[in-house]
Design a protein. Sequence first.
Length: 172
Amino acid sequence: MLLHWFQAEAPQGCEIAGTVGMPDQPSGLTPSIPVVGEVTVCLHAVANRRECECSGEMTTNVDYLCARCLCEIHKRLEIPFHEVLVRGTLSEAEVQADVIQVTEDEIDLDPYVRQAVYLAIPFTAVCKEDCVGLCPQCGRDRNLDPCDCQVDVLDPRLEALAALLVKNDEAE
Ligand SMILES: [Zn+2]
Ligand SMILES: [Zn+2]
């Protein structure tokens, strides 16, 4: 998705819309790595000779397994996008403000879109805050069916791993 600086210099700025693919997505669902779908982007850019402000909305779908109970989660994310691009030498304040320094008249926005999407993906991938997860001992989903196993309290991430091991044991 390209930003054409001269188009953004129009009095009303310009619209930039399109889709951006997310590379290197895993082929299957795993507990800690979300699969991110194509990103639909709708931006508005306004520029003067030196600076271009680019903002708007992005939407995408993420699919993953709950890190605790391993149920499938499908989420639609709506992510705001806001970047300032600057041509020429940056001032100290601009460096502090994390503006993007550019030299071309056509700027590929895909890397910035992808970065904003990655930053917006929830860090703890659980189906709900109070998900109690699978029982590491008997492998049951304790959200649906609490069991009476005596289980030492584990880190939730280890718990999902322990549950996987239980599943593997059962499969053998
Ligand atoms: Zn869960
Ligand atoms: Zn149990």
